[in-house]
Each structure stands twice: as structure tokens, then as C-alpha cells.
Write a protein that binds this ligand. Structure first.
Ligand SMILES: Nc1ncnc2c1ncn2[C@@H]1O[C@H](COP(=O)(O)OP(=O)(O)OP(=O)(O)O)[C@@H](O)[C@H]1O
Ligand SMILES: [Mg+2]
Length: 299
């Protein structure tokens, strides 16, 4: 528990080697979508230095609006089982373990998902919930074995209690800041970066999401929300690398709603509909995963 005045000791997350936060200053820019797809893109890599695939999990720290359960197709999952020592075991789909407040909330009625249950907590209760999600989960497969190489943490929007609690309690190895090209989102990039810097979290880089739309008939990128120049210059002025610029792709949104992250979808119809933009999205996501892994490894 962070205490005023006293020195706060940062603790490791049990059975997790590297922690990567996915954050943004503004809501609705695609953090959760990117967090989940990045986790799978990382999990598909087989770095020579490891000689095996990267073991990845996703922690949803959006206490008030958890969306990882839906993105993973787990909105009707049962409560997490407990180990003999009382730790929660993650819930897995598509081979990737996850934990979310969404699995712990009471369902609001028959057929309802837990995400429907509103959370009206403040202050200490939020901190307590964040602490449990951080330290009371056993990320090993079934409570045994080697644990995770990387835990991707999906953050709530903005720069509030949850971000501070994470930064103060855990040695976070990197943060990815997501933005969209609109002015209002860009203004918040600065705030997001300075907040993480205040709690000594290294910024791995930024991602510009919904940067452009690739027209299926002409294959030309259209910058619907303005040029990416402003974003690139903000990133440069803050000395933060741009990890990638992702297009707007219908299938990304459809995949999220259906609980099948876009980097896993194999639907031919969807690929045809998304045309070049869909392929670009996957490729950029793979490149981002490669860069992120190298940055984390060096920490
Ligand atoms: N590149 C994209 N192409 C198409 N749709 C996208 C893209 N990125 C995000 N979306 C859609 O935008 C919506 C918001 O995305 P998401 O929930 O990931 O944002 P968020 O930043 O996590 O939001 P919040 O701040 O509420 O947590 C979702 O419906 C998602 O499917
Ligand atoms: Mg989200």
C-alpha cells in the first residue's frame, strides 16, 4: 500500500519476468485492442536467445471498465480457481492466460456478463483491488512450471490512481503509449508520458492507432483524422520512439467484439474485406512485438 512520506518498496509480480504497460492519456484510443493483439504477437515470436516461444499473459487493470474478457471471448467465464495457497489462477483462451476484474465481479443477472456490473469504488478500494490483481495471481500454468516472460498490462485511460499504484508498487519494465491522430488525443500523450516518467517507468515507445484507412479499391492510405506529422513531432520532441502506425481496419473491431483478436483471425471473407489494410495491421503489430521484446530484454 503506498504510504505518504515513507519509501515505497517496488515488488516483483510473482512468476513474471518482464512487465509491459499499455496506456494512453485519453480513453477509447485502442489500448485494450492493442494490448491483447500485442500479447498474441509477442507469444507468436520465437527469439533465438530463448530458443522457444515467449510466454505471455495479459493483466487487465481497468477496474472500472474491464474489456479484456470480451476481447478474449471470456465474458461468461467462471470465477478464477484458487491455488492451495489462495492465489488466483488466470483464465486462458486461445492459449493465452489472462486476469481481469471482469472475472471477479458478480454477474448482474441471468445471461448478463460480469462486465455489466458497475464498479463504484474509489481510493483505497481501488488500490486494494489493483494490489490483488498484481500480487495475488499465480501466472504459472495451473500453478506449476516456469511462469511468464512478459505480462502485458492493459491500463485504464488517463493518469489516475491505478497508474500511480502500478508505478509505485511494481518495477515496470516498459510502457507503450497509444494515441490517435486527433489533437485532443495528442495533447494527452504528453501527460501520459510525463506521468510514467514521474514514477520511473521507462517509456518503450508510442503507437499511433487509427492513423489512416487503406481504401480497398485503390490501396492508398487515407489520413481520415489528419496527418501523422504532429504525432511524430511530439514523439520526437519527447525523445520517445514511434513503434508503429496502425491503420483503421474493420476486422480489428469485429474480432474484438467476437472475442477473437485480429492477429489470430483466419477468416478469408474478413481478410478479403479488409484487403491491404488488414495485412498492414498484422505486419505492423509483429514489428512492434519484435521491437518491444528487444527493448524489454535489455532492461
Ligand atoms: N485500428 C483499429 N481499427 C478499427 N477499430 C479499432 C482500431 N483500434 C481500436 N478499434 C476499436 O475502437 C474501439 C475502442 O478500442 P479499445 O476498447 O481497445 O480502446 P481503449 O483505449 O482500451 O478504450 P478505454 O479507454 O475505454 O479502455 C473498439 O471498438 C475497437 O474495436
Ligand atoms: Mg480499454
Amino acid at each position: 500500500m503506498p504510504r505518504r512520506g515513507g519509501t515505497i518498496q517496488k515488488r516483483p509480480i510473482p512468476h513474471v519476468k518482464k512487465v509491459l504497460a499499455v496506456a494512453s492519456g485519453k480513453g477509447g484510443v485502442g489500448k485494450s485492442t492493442i494490448a491483447v493483439n500485442l500479447a498474441f504477437s509477442l507469444a507468436m515470436q520465437r527469439p533465438p536467445s530463448l530458443g522457444r516461444r515467449i510466454r505471455v499473459g495479459v493483466l487487465d487493470l481497468d477496474i472500472f471498465g474491464p474489456s479484456v474478457p470480451t476481447l478474449m471471448g471470456l465474458q461468461h467465464a467462471d470465477e478464477p480457481p484458487l491455488t492451495s495457497t489462495g492465489a488466483m489462477l488466470p483464465i486462458t483462451n486461445h492459449g493465452l492466460p489472462t486476469m481481469s476484474m471482469g472475472y471477479l465481479l458478480p454477474k448482474s443477472g441471468p445471461g448478463a456478463s460480469r462486465e455489466d456490473a458497475a464498479v463504484v469504488w474509489r481510493g483505497l478500494m481501488v488500490q486494494k483491488a489493483v494490489q490483488q490483481l498484481l500480487f495475488d495471481v499465480d501466472w504459472r500454468d495451473g500453478g506449476e512450471g516456469p511462469g511468464l516472460d512478459v505480462l502485458v498490462v492493459d491500463m485504464p485511460p488517463g493518469t489516475g490512481d491505478v497508474q500511480l499504484t502500478l508505478g509505485q508498487l511494481v518495477a515496470v519494465d516498459g510502457a507503450v503509449i497509444v494515441s490517435t491522430p486527433q489533437d485532443v488525443a495528442l495533447t494527452d500523450v504528453r501527460r501520459g508520458i510525463s506521468m510514467f516518467r514521474k514514477v520511473s517507468v521507462p517509456i518503450t515507445g508510442t503507437i499511433l492507432n487509427q492513423s489512416y484507412f487503406v481504401c480497398p479499391s485503390c490501396a492508398t492510405p487515407h489520413y481520415l483524422f489528419g496527418s501523422p506529422a504532429a504525432f511524430r513531432s511530439i514523439a520526437a520532441s519527447l525523445d520517445v520512439p514511434v513503434l508503429g502506425e496502425l491503420p483503421l481496419v474493420k476486422g480489428v473491431s469485429v474480432g474484438g467484439d467476437n472475442g477473437v483478436p485480429y492477429v489470430l483471425t483466419s477468416s478469408k471473407e474478413q481478410a478479403e474485406e479488409d484487403s491491404a489494410g488488414g495485412a498492414v495491421w498484422r505486419n505492423v503489430m509483429q514489428e512492434i512485438a519484435g521491437t518491444v521484446w528487444h527493448a524489454l530484454k535489455e532492461k
